[in-house]
Design a protein around this ligand. Structure first.
Ligand SMILES: [Zn+2]
Length: 341
């Protein structure tokens, strides 16, 4: 593994090369959304810092340092995190970092501390501050955060930030094609990969997780079935069966909403142009066209209103508005706008 294996982020790769080939900053911070690859970049950078003979492309992969690093037994690499992914204990910051930095490195020319910044509360950050301000020679800190402003300004000002960008469609497709070949024997078609890529919306980690996820097609089918039928169902069916499907899949609510948005989007596109190539669920074109033909009153205006109901759910979920009201409003809204002729 080297930087070459990591997709995209070319500008960051060039900047990082200057770090590990030259005189690295004492503390760097990798920020980026979940699935942005921030952990992969941080680890690759740590490995390059520890490596005895790094190349332009990162760690050599062969020296003792690299071997120990890959085996996760490098004595000069300290990964500080909370096993419960909540808050790192202040005493862990003191014992594993603050006191530890005084002990010299064992096999590498430096020691590297990788710290999960999202798990550092204010007390933990304050405990770390002095070490960041006056680090001994050959000590390097790497912090990882979803967003930089979750760190105290005093901590942030000591770090050099590397902000990972969303990936382009072609970068994600490249990763998916490789994974399809290596892990799935090429069983997915190009259209499956494109669907996964669109669904991941710029997150490489999400795209990789989603490929091969068997729940996803099931959820999509269920949402297509909902859009096709909700307009002719009774209130009891809607508020009972439909409602309980959402509450029992509460963890996937965002995915479910996104599917509905896509389906409604496809219906709008097909309302204008039956032959359009720009629909997401192209394998279901015939079914969608049949639905539109049987229900001429479901026009663009109604489809837009239906999408509006889904967008409201996104906003209200962000505000943590009680699920019961959010979902009931959504289901009744969809039932009304998608009423069958
Ligand atoms: Zn090496």
């Amino acid at each position: 593994m080297s930087f070459q294996r990591l997709t995209g982020q070319n500008e960051i790769k060039i900047r990082l090369k200057h770090e590990f080939m030259g005189d690295p900053s004492h503390a760097v911070l990798f920020t980026g959304e979940k699935g942005s690859g921030r952990h992969e970049f941080a680890k690759e950078f740590a490995k390059a810092l520890l490596c005895s003979s790094p190349t332009d492309d990162g760690a050599c992969g062969k020296c003792n340092n690299c071997v120990y690093f890959d085996a996760e037994t490098h004595p000069d690499f300290i990964h500080l995190f909370d096993p419960n992914k909540k808050a790192i204990k202040v005493e862990d910051v003191r014992n594993k970092v603050v006191s530890d930095i005084r002990i010299g490195s064992q096999i590498s020319k430096r020691k590297v501390y990788l710290i999960e910044g999202d798990e550092l509360n204010e007390a933990g950050q304050n405990a770390l501050l002095k070490s960041l301000e006056e680090p001994p020679e050959n000590i390097n800190f790497i912090l990882i955060c979803e967003e930089a402003d979750s760190l105290l300004p005093t901590v942030l000002s000591r770090t050099v930030e590397y902000k990972l960008q969303n990936y382009t469609k072609s970068e994600i497709m490249e990763v998916l094609q490789r994974k399809n070949k290596e892990d799935f024997n090429g069983k997915f078609r190009k259209s499956d990969l494109e669907f996964t890529c669109d669904f991941a919306a710029g997150s490489i980690g999400k795209a990789v997780d989603l490929l091969g996820d068997e729940e996803l097609p099931v959820m999509r089918d269920k949402m297509i079935e909902l859009v096709m039928n909700i307009g002719k169902e009774s209130y009891t069916d809607v508020l009972d069966d439909r409602y309980s499907y959402f509450t029992s899949n509460a963890d996937n609510i965002e995915e479910l909403m996104l599917f509905i948005i896509w389906i409604l989007g496809d219906l709008s596109i097909l309302r204008k142009d039956k032959k359009s190539k720009f629909i997401k669920n192209s394998d279901r074109r015939d079914e969608f066209l049949k639905f539109l033909d049987s229900n001429p009153s479901i026009d663009l205006n109604k489809l837009a209103k239906a999408s509006g109901h889904v967008n409201t759910v996104f906003k209200r979920l962000e505000l943590n508005v009680n699920n019961i009201y959010v979902l009931t409003d959504l289901l009744l809204g969809l039932k009304k706008e998608l009423k069958h002729d």
